[in-house]
Ligand binder design. Sequence first.
Ligand code: HEM
Length: 404
Amino acid sequence: MSGDYDFHSDEFQSAPGATFTRMQQECPFHKSQQYGWYSVFRFDDIADIVRDNDTFSARFGPGPAYADPDAAPVLVSADPPLHGKQKAAIIPAFNAQLIRDMEEPIRRFVNQCIDSVIESGECDVVQDIAVPLPLWVICELLDIDFETNKVQLREWIEILAGSVFPTGEAMEAERIQKVMDLQAFFDPHIAAKVAKDEAGEDAGADLIGLLAKGRVEGERIGNAEIKSFAQFLLVAGSATTTNLIGNFVKLMLAHPEQQAKLRSNPSLMDQAIEEVLRFDAPVHGLFRTNNEEVRLGEHTVPPDSKICLMWGSANRDPAVFDDPNTFNIERDLQTLRKNMTFGQGLHKCLGAPLARLECKVFAEEFLRRIPTFEANGEPVSYPYSTLNGLDNLPIRFPPGSPEQ
Ligand code: HEM
Protein backbone atom coordinates (compact mmCIF):
# COMPACT_ATOMS: atom_id res chain seq x y z
CA MET A 1 0.00 0.00 0.00
CA SER A 2 1.56 3.30 -1.02
CA GLY A 3 -0.83 6.04 0.10
CA ASP A 4 -2.31 6.52 3.54
CA TYR A 5 -4.82 8.82 5.17
CA ASP A 6 -6.52 9.29 8.49
CA PHE A 7 -10.08 10.54 8.69
CA HIS A 8 -9.30 12.05 12.06
CA SER A 9 -6.19 13.96 11.04
CA ASP A 10 -6.12 17.74 10.82
CA GLU A 11 -4.70 17.30 7.30
CA PHE A 12 -7.82 15.46 6.15
CA GLN A 13 -10.27 17.59 8.06
CA SER A 14 -8.84 20.90 6.86
CA ALA A 15 -8.40 19.91 3.18
CA PRO A 16 -10.30 16.73 2.33
CA GLY A 17 -10.18 17.50 -1.41
CA ALA A 18 -6.37 17.37 -1.51
CA THR A 19 -6.41 14.05 0.36
CA PHE A 20 -9.03 12.64 -2.03
CA THR A 21 -6.91 13.54 -5.06
CA ARG A 22 -3.81 12.00 -3.51
CA MET A 23 -5.64 8.81 -2.55
CA GLN A 24 -7.24 8.42 -5.99
CA GLN A 25 -3.76 8.52 -7.48
CA GLU A 26 -1.79 6.60 -4.87
CA CYS A 27 -4.20 4.21 -3.22
CA PRO A 28 -7.77 4.11 -4.62
CA PHE A 29 -8.64 1.20 -2.30
CA HIS A 30 -7.29 1.78 1.18
CA LYS A 31 -7.23 -0.37 4.28
CA SER A 32 -7.03 1.47 7.57
CA GLN A 33 -4.46 -0.21 9.79
CA GLN A 34 -5.89 1.63 12.77
CA TYR A 35 -9.60 0.89 12.33
CA GLY A 36 -9.59 -2.12 10.01
CA TRP A 37 -12.06 -0.72 7.51
CA TYR A 38 -11.57 -0.15 3.78
CA SER A 39 -12.14 3.08 1.84
CA VAL A 40 -12.92 3.47 -1.86
CA PHE A 41 -11.99 6.75 -3.54
CA ARG A 42 -12.77 6.60 -7.29
CA PHE A 43 -16.17 7.40 -8.80
CA ASP A 44 -16.53 4.25 -10.95
CA ASP A 45 -15.40 1.90 -8.19
CA ILE A 46 -18.00 3.35 -5.82
CA ALA A 47 -20.67 3.14 -8.54
CA ASP A 48 -19.85 -0.57 -9.03
CA ILE A 49 -20.26 -1.26 -5.32
CA VAL A 50 -23.61 0.53 -4.87
CA ARG A 51 -24.99 -1.38 -7.86
CA ASP A 52 -24.22 -4.73 -6.24
CA ASN A 53 -26.54 -4.88 -3.24
CA ASP A 54 -26.26 -8.67 -3.00
CA THR A 55 -22.56 -8.52 -2.22
CA PHE A 56 -22.39 -5.15 -0.48
CA SER A 57 -25.05 -5.06 2.19
CA ALA A 58 -26.44 -2.15 4.19
CA ARG A 59 -27.47 -4.38 7.08
CA PHE A 60 -24.71 -3.32 9.49
CA GLY A 61 -25.65 0.31 9.00
CA PRO A 62 -24.11 3.31 7.19
CA GLY A 63 -21.58 4.16 9.91
CA PRO A 64 -18.17 2.65 10.67
CA ALA A 65 -19.42 0.87 13.79
CA TYR A 66 -21.39 -2.37 13.27
CA ALA A 67 -25.09 -1.78 13.94
CA ASP A 68 -26.65 -4.13 16.48
CA PRO A 69 -27.52 -7.29 14.46
CA ASP A 70 -30.59 -7.83 16.67
CA ALA A 71 -31.99 -4.38 15.91
CA ALA A 72 -34.59 -4.40 13.14
CA PRO A 73 -33.10 -2.89 9.97
CA VAL A 74 -34.76 0.30 8.84
CA LEU A 75 -34.48 1.68 5.30
CA VAL A 76 -30.88 2.92 5.23
CA SER A 77 -29.76 -0.30 6.92
CA ALA A 78 -32.24 -2.58 5.13
CA ASP A 79 -31.45 -4.73 2.07
CA PRO A 80 -33.90 -5.81 -0.64
CA PRO A 81 -36.65 -6.88 -0.55
CA LEU A 82 -37.40 -5.34 2.89
CA HIS A 83 -35.91 -2.02 1.82
CA GLY A 84 -38.36 -1.63 -1.07
CA LYS A 85 -41.35 -2.42 1.11
CA GLN A 86 -40.37 0.08 3.79
CA LYS A 87 -39.64 2.70 1.16
CA ALA A 88 -43.09 2.23 -0.34
CA ALA A 89 -44.59 3.11 3.07
CA ILE A 90 -42.82 6.45 3.43
CA ILE A 91 -42.39 7.60 -0.14
CA PRO A 92 -45.69 9.58 -0.12
CA ALA A 93 -44.11 12.01 2.38
CA PHE A 94 -41.44 12.89 -0.20
CA ASN A 95 -43.90 13.57 -3.00
CA ALA A 96 -42.70 16.40 -5.26
CA GLN A 97 -45.83 18.50 -4.73
CA LEU A 98 -45.56 18.25 -0.94
CA ILE A 99 -41.95 19.40 -1.13
CA ARG A 100 -42.95 22.33 -3.36
CA ASP A 101 -45.68 23.24 -0.86
CA MET A 102 -43.00 23.65 1.80
CA GLU A 103 -41.25 26.43 -0.11
CA GLU A 104 -43.29 29.32 1.28
CA PRO A 105 -43.23 28.15 4.92
CA ILE A 106 -39.47 27.60 4.58
CA ARG A 107 -39.09 31.13 3.17
CA ARG A 108 -41.02 32.58 6.12
CA PHE A 109 -38.87 30.66 8.56
CA VAL A 110 -35.62 31.77 6.90
CA ASN A 111 -36.77 35.39 7.04
CA GLN A 112 -37.65 35.08 10.72
CA CYS A 113 -34.10 33.84 11.36
CA ILE A 114 -32.63 36.73 9.36
CA ASP A 115 -34.94 39.22 11.14
CA SER A 116 -33.57 38.06 14.48
CA VAL A 117 -29.99 39.06 13.54
CA ILE A 118 -30.28 41.73 10.85
CA GLU A 119 -30.27 44.79 13.12
CA SER A 120 -27.14 43.73 14.96
CA GLY A 121 -25.04 43.53 11.78
CA GLU A 122 -23.47 40.24 12.81
CA CYS A 123 -24.40 36.62 13.30
CA ASP A 124 -23.16 33.06 13.43
CA VAL A 125 -24.68 31.76 10.18
CA VAL A 126 -24.50 28.15 11.38
CA GLN A 127 -26.01 28.52 14.84
CA ASP A 128 -28.47 31.29 13.95
CA ILE A 129 -29.84 29.95 10.64
CA ALA A 130 -28.26 26.72 9.32
CA VAL A 131 -29.02 24.78 12.51
CA PRO A 132 -32.64 25.88 13.19
CA LEU A 133 -33.90 25.74 9.58
CA PRO A 134 -33.45 21.99 8.86
CA LEU A 135 -34.45 21.15 12.41
CA TRP A 136 -37.70 23.05 11.97
CA VAL A 137 -38.29 21.21 8.66
CA ILE A 138 -37.72 17.81 10.29
CA CYS A 139 -40.10 18.75 13.11
CA GLU A 140 -42.73 19.55 10.47
CA LEU A 141 -42.08 16.19 8.77
CA LEU A 142 -42.32 14.27 12.03
CA ASP A 143 -45.22 16.37 13.39
CA ILE A 144 -43.24 17.46 16.45
CA ASP A 145 -43.56 20.90 18.02
CA PHE A 146 -40.38 22.81 17.12
CA GLU A 147 -40.53 25.64 19.67
CA THR A 148 -41.00 23.39 22.68
CA ASN A 149 -38.44 20.81 21.65
CA LYS A 150 -35.74 22.61 19.65
CA VAL A 151 -33.09 22.91 22.35
CA GLN A 152 -33.44 19.31 23.43
CA LEU A 153 -33.53 17.96 19.87
CA ARG A 154 -30.43 19.90 18.90
CA GLU A 155 -28.55 18.44 21.84
CA TRP A 156 -29.59 14.94 20.82
CA ILE A 157 -28.55 15.53 17.20
CA GLU A 158 -25.09 16.62 18.32
CA ILE A 159 -24.70 13.52 20.44
CA LEU A 160 -25.90 11.20 17.66
CA ALA A 161 -23.82 12.93 14.98
CA GLY A 162 -20.77 12.82 17.26
CA SER A 163 -21.24 9.13 17.89
CA VAL A 164 -21.39 8.30 14.16
CA PHE A 165 -17.63 8.06 14.16
CA PRO A 166 -15.90 6.10 16.91
CA THR A 167 -13.00 8.01 18.34
CA GLY A 168 -11.88 5.14 20.49
CA GLU A 169 -13.42 6.74 23.55
CA ALA A 170 -16.31 4.95 25.20
CA MET A 171 -19.47 6.97 25.24
CA GLU A 172 -19.76 8.27 28.77
CA ALA A 173 -22.77 7.41 30.92
CA GLU A 174 -24.27 10.87 30.60
CA ARG A 175 -24.35 10.65 26.80
CA ILE A 176 -25.74 7.13 26.83
CA GLN A 177 -28.51 8.37 29.13
CA LYS A 178 -29.28 11.20 26.70
CA VAL A 179 -29.58 8.78 23.76
CA MET A 180 -32.00 6.72 25.86
CA ASP A 181 -33.95 9.89 26.68
CA LEU A 182 -34.23 10.59 22.95
CA GLN A 183 -35.58 7.12 22.31
CA ALA A 184 -38.11 7.60 25.11
CA PHE A 185 -39.06 10.99 23.64
CA PHE A 186 -40.51 9.39 20.53
CA ASP A 187 -42.46 6.66 22.40
CA PRO A 188 -45.66 8.56 23.31
CA HIS A 189 -45.70 10.32 19.95
CA ILE A 190 -45.49 7.03 18.04
CA ALA A 191 -47.93 5.30 20.39
CA ALA A 192 -50.50 8.05 19.79
CA LYS A 193 -50.24 7.70 16.00
CA VAL A 194 -50.42 3.90 16.14
CA ALA A 195 -53.44 4.09 18.48
CA LYS A 196 -55.19 6.35 15.97
CA ASP A 197 -54.53 3.89 13.17
CA GLU A 198 -55.75 0.99 15.31
CA ALA A 199 -58.93 2.94 16.07
CA GLY A 200 -59.55 3.29 12.32
CA GLU A 201 -58.70 7.01 12.36
CA ASP A 202 -56.21 8.69 10.01
CA ALA A 203 -52.78 8.67 11.69
CA GLY A 204 -51.69 11.66 9.61
CA ALA A 205 -49.62 12.48 6.53
CA ASP A 206 -46.43 13.17 8.49
CA LEU A 207 -43.67 10.55 8.42
CA ILE A 208 -44.58 8.92 11.73
CA GLY A 209 -48.25 8.85 10.74
CA LEU A 210 -47.38 7.26 7.39
CA LEU A 211 -45.27 4.61 9.07
CA ALA A 212 -48.02 3.97 11.65
CA LYS A 213 -50.50 3.24 8.88
CA GLY A 214 -47.95 1.56 6.58
CA ARG A 215 -47.92 -2.21 6.16
CA VAL A 216 -45.10 -4.51 5.05
CA GLU A 217 -46.60 -7.74 3.67
CA GLY A 218 -49.81 -7.02 5.56
CA GLU A 219 -47.96 -6.54 8.87
CA ARG A 220 -47.73 -3.31 10.80
CA ILE A 221 -44.32 -1.65 10.95
CA GLY A 222 -43.25 -2.14 14.58
CA ASN A 223 -42.97 0.81 16.98
CA ALA A 224 -39.25 0.04 17.40
CA GLU A 225 -38.66 0.38 13.65
CA ILE A 226 -40.65 3.61 13.50
CA LYS A 227 -38.56 4.93 16.37
CA SER A 228 -35.28 3.96 14.69
CA PHE A 229 -36.39 5.69 11.54
CA ALA A 230 -37.36 8.91 13.37
CA GLN A 231 -34.03 8.90 15.14
CA PHE A 232 -32.14 8.30 11.87
CA LEU A 233 -34.00 11.13 10.18
CA LEU A 234 -33.20 13.57 12.93
CA VAL A 235 -29.50 13.38 12.04
CA ALA A 236 -29.74 12.36 8.37
CA GLY A 237 -32.07 15.19 7.43
CA SER A 238 -30.91 17.86 9.79
CA ALA A 239 -27.14 17.86 10.47
CA THR A 240 -26.49 17.19 6.77
CA THR A 241 -28.55 20.15 5.58
CA THR A 242 -27.03 22.35 8.28
CA ASN A 243 -23.65 21.49 6.75
CA LEU A 244 -24.84 22.26 3.23
CA ILE A 245 -26.03 25.74 4.21
CA GLY A 246 -22.90 26.46 6.25
CA ASN A 247 -20.68 25.20 3.42
CA PHE A 248 -22.56 27.40 0.94
CA VAL A 249 -21.79 30.56 2.94
CA LYS A 250 -18.21 29.43 3.63
CA LEU A 251 -17.54 28.90 -0.09
CA MET A 252 -19.17 32.22 -1.04
CA LEU A 253 -16.88 33.95 1.48
CA ALA A 254 -13.80 32.13 0.21
CA HIS A 255 -14.60 32.81 -3.47
CA PRO A 256 -15.84 36.41 -3.72
CA GLU A 257 -15.66 36.34 -7.54
CA GLN A 258 -18.10 33.39 -7.59
CA GLN A 259 -20.38 35.18 -5.13
CA ALA A 260 -20.35 38.26 -7.38
CA LYS A 261 -21.30 36.11 -10.39
CA LEU A 262 -24.23 34.61 -8.50
CA ARG A 263 -25.43 37.99 -7.23
CA SER A 264 -25.33 39.46 -10.73
CA ASN A 265 -26.88 36.38 -12.34
CA PRO A 266 -29.34 34.67 -9.93
CA SER A 267 -30.23 32.13 -12.65
CA LEU A 268 -26.97 30.43 -11.65
CA MET A 269 -28.51 29.44 -8.31
CA ASP A 270 -29.19 25.77 -9.11
CA GLN A 271 -25.64 25.35 -10.44
CA ALA A 272 -24.18 27.17 -7.43
CA ILE A 273 -25.96 24.87 -4.98
CA GLU A 274 -24.98 21.77 -6.95
CA GLU A 275 -21.38 22.94 -7.06
CA VAL A 276 -21.38 23.46 -3.28
CA LEU A 277 -22.80 19.93 -2.92
CA ARG A 278 -20.11 18.56 -5.23
CA PHE A 279 -17.16 20.51 -3.88
CA ASP A 280 -17.92 20.14 -0.17
CA ALA A 281 -20.16 17.08 0.29
CA PRO A 282 -21.82 17.39 3.74
CA VAL A 283 -21.12 13.69 4.31
CA HIS A 284 -17.61 12.58 3.29
CA GLY A 285 -18.56 8.92 3.00
CA LEU A 286 -20.79 6.10 4.30
CA PHE A 287 -20.32 2.37 4.70
CA ARG A 288 -21.41 -0.98 3.29
CA THR A 289 -20.52 -4.45 4.58
CA ASN A 290 -19.57 -7.28 2.18
CA ASN A 291 -21.47 -10.58 2.47
CA GLU A 292 -18.65 -12.59 0.92
CA GLU A 293 -14.92 -12.29 0.31
CA VAL A 294 -14.19 -9.72 -2.41
CA ARG A 295 -11.17 -8.22 -4.15
CA LEU A 296 -10.74 -4.46 -3.86
CA GLY A 297 -7.63 -3.52 -5.79
CA GLU A 298 -4.70 -5.23 -4.10
CA HIS A 299 -6.78 -6.26 -1.07
CA THR A 300 -8.56 -9.52 -0.45
CA VAL A 301 -11.36 -8.32 1.76
CA PRO A 302 -12.80 -10.88 4.20
CA PRO A 303 -16.60 -11.13 4.60
CA ASP A 304 -18.28 -8.68 6.99
CA SER A 305 -15.71 -5.94 6.50
CA LYS A 306 -16.78 -2.32 6.68
CA ILE A 307 -16.18 -0.47 3.40
CA CYS A 308 -16.42 3.32 3.24
CA LEU A 309 -17.74 4.76 0.00
CA MET A 310 -16.18 8.20 -0.22
CA TRP A 311 -18.90 10.30 -1.84
CA GLY A 312 -16.78 13.43 -1.38
CA SER A 313 -13.91 11.82 -3.26
CA ALA A 314 -16.12 10.59 -6.14
CA ASN A 315 -17.05 14.27 -6.53
CA ARG A 316 -13.39 15.15 -7.06
CA ASP A 317 -12.73 12.45 -9.65
CA PRO A 318 -11.20 14.02 -12.80
CA ALA A 319 -12.66 11.17 -14.89
CA VAL A 320 -16.10 12.74 -14.28
CA PHE A 321 -15.50 16.40 -13.37
CA ASP A 322 -12.98 18.55 -15.25
CA ASP A 323 -10.56 20.42 -13.02
CA PRO A 324 -12.34 18.93 -9.98
CA ASN A 325 -10.48 20.91 -7.31
CA THR A 326 -11.66 24.25 -8.66
CA PHE A 327 -14.86 25.72 -7.25
CA ASN A 328 -16.81 26.99 -10.25
CA ILE A 329 -20.55 27.71 -10.16
CA GLU A 330 -20.76 27.88 -13.96
CA ARG A 331 -20.23 24.17 -14.55
CA ASP A 332 -22.75 22.36 -16.69
CA LEU A 333 -25.72 21.45 -14.46
CA GLN A 334 -26.24 18.02 -15.99
CA THR A 335 -22.63 17.04 -15.33
CA LEU A 336 -22.80 18.54 -11.85
CA ARG A 337 -25.85 16.41 -11.02
CA LYS A 338 -23.65 13.32 -11.36
CA ASN A 339 -22.19 14.22 -7.95
CA MET A 340 -22.52 11.44 -5.39
CA THR A 341 -23.27 13.69 -2.43
CA PHE A 342 -26.69 12.07 -1.91
CA GLY A 343 -25.34 8.57 -2.53
CA GLN A 344 -26.33 6.49 -5.53
CA GLY A 345 -28.50 3.50 -6.37
CA LEU A 346 -30.92 1.84 -3.99
CA HIS A 347 -30.28 3.99 -0.94
CA LYS A 348 -29.98 7.30 -2.75
CA CYS A 349 -31.17 10.05 -0.44
CA LEU A 350 -34.93 10.55 -0.34
CA GLY A 351 -34.51 14.03 1.09
CA ALA A 352 -32.30 15.41 -1.70
CA PRO A 353 -35.00 17.63 -3.28
CA LEU A 354 -35.92 18.95 0.15
CA ALA A 355 -32.29 19.68 1.09
CA ARG A 356 -31.74 21.49 -2.22
CA LEU A 357 -34.93 23.51 -1.66
CA GLU A 358 -33.91 24.52 1.87
CA CYS A 359 -30.51 25.68 0.66
CA LYS A 360 -31.94 27.51 -2.35
CA VAL A 361 -34.53 29.43 -0.32
CA PHE A 362 -31.92 30.23 2.31
CA ALA A 363 -29.45 31.45 -0.34
CA GLU A 364 -32.03 33.60 -2.14
CA GLU A 365 -33.15 35.35 1.04
CA PHE A 366 -29.67 35.63 2.53
CA LEU A 367 -28.15 37.19 -0.61
CA ARG A 368 -31.18 39.48 -1.05
CA ARG A 369 -31.17 40.82 2.50
CA ILE A 370 -27.45 40.83 3.18
CA PRO A 371 -25.85 42.62 0.24
CA THR A 372 -22.28 42.21 1.51
CA PHE A 373 -20.72 40.24 4.33
CA GLU A 374 -17.30 39.33 5.67
CA ALA A 375 -15.77 36.95 8.17
CA ASN A 376 -16.07 38.04 11.80
CA GLY A 377 -13.71 35.53 13.41
CA GLU A 378 -12.50 32.05 12.64
CA PRO A 379 -14.99 29.41 11.46
CA VAL A 380 -15.09 26.31 13.66
CA SER A 381 -15.26 22.90 11.93
CA TYR A 382 -17.29 19.95 13.02
CA PRO A 383 -15.03 17.85 15.21
CA TYR A 384 -13.74 14.73 13.42
CA SER A 385 -16.62 12.86 11.90
CA THR A 386 -17.86 11.57 8.58
CA LEU A 387 -19.88 14.77 8.53
CA ASN A 388 -18.23 17.68 6.70
CA GLY A 389 -19.34 21.04 7.95
CA LEU A 390 -19.00 23.88 10.39
CA ASP A 391 -20.17 24.38 13.94
CA ASN A 392 -19.69 28.14 13.80
CA LEU A 393 -19.33 30.66 10.98
CA PRO A 394 -19.30 34.19 12.39
CA ILE A 395 -19.92 36.97 9.85
CA ARG A 396 -20.56 40.72 9.92
CA PHE A 397 -22.59 42.81 7.48
CA PRO A 398 -24.22 46.27 7.20
CA PRO A 399 -27.16 46.30 9.70
CA GLY A 400 -30.62 46.18 8.13
CA SER A 401 -34.25 46.13 9.27
CA PRO A 402 -36.60 43.26 10.09
CA GLU A 403 -39.30 42.67 7.45
CA GLN A 404 -41.86 40.66 9.36
C1 HEM B 1 -27.53 18.02 2.14
C2 HEM B 1 -28.29 17.21 2.84
C3 HEM B 1 -28.24 15.72 2.77
C4 HEM B 1 -27.22 14.89 2.42
C5 HEM B 1 -25.81 15.28 1.99
C6 HEM B 1 -27.71 13.54 2.51
C7 HEM B 1 -26.96 12.41 2.19
C8 HEM B 1 -27.48 11.13 2.13
C9 HEM B 1 -26.74 9.98 1.64
C10 HEM B 1 -25.29 10.00 1.17
C11 HEM B 1 -27.57 8.92 1.70
C12 HEM B 1 -27.26 7.49 1.21
C13 HEM B 1 -26.96 6.56 2.34
C14 HEM B 1 -26.31 5.26 1.88
O1 HEM B 1 -26.17 5.02 0.69
O2 HEM B 1 -25.90 4.50 2.77
C15 HEM B 1 -28.83 9.38 2.24
C16 HEM B 1 -29.92 8.58 2.49
C17 HEM B 1 -31.09 9.05 3.03
N1 HEM B 1 -31.42 10.36 3.33
FE1 HEM B 1 -30.26 11.96 3.03
N2 HEM B 1 -29.01 13.56 2.92
C18 HEM B 1 -29.38 14.88 3.09
C19 HEM B 1 -30.61 15.36 3.48
C20 HEM B 1 -31.68 14.57 3.78
C21 HEM B 1 -32.98 15.06 4.20
C22 HEM B 1 -33.36 16.54 4.30
C23 HEM B 1 -33.76 13.97 4.44
C24 HEM B 1 -35.17 13.90 4.89
C25 HEM B 1 -35.87 14.83 5.39
C26 HEM B 1 -32.96 12.79 4.15
C27 HEM B 1 -33.40 11.49 4.24
C28 HEM B 1 -32.70 10.39 3.82
C29 HEM B 1 -33.24 9.05 3.84
C30 HEM B 1 -34.63 8.64 4.31
C31 HEM B 1 -32.24 8.19 3.35
C32 HEM B 1 -32.28 6.68 3.23
C33 HEM B 1 -32.70 6.27 1.83
C34 HEM B 1 -32.69 4.78 1.64
O3 HEM B 1 -31.95 4.07 2.34
O4 HEM B 1 -33.44 4.33 0.79
N3 HEM B 1 -31.72 13.20 3.76
N4 HEM B 1 -28.74 10.74 2.47
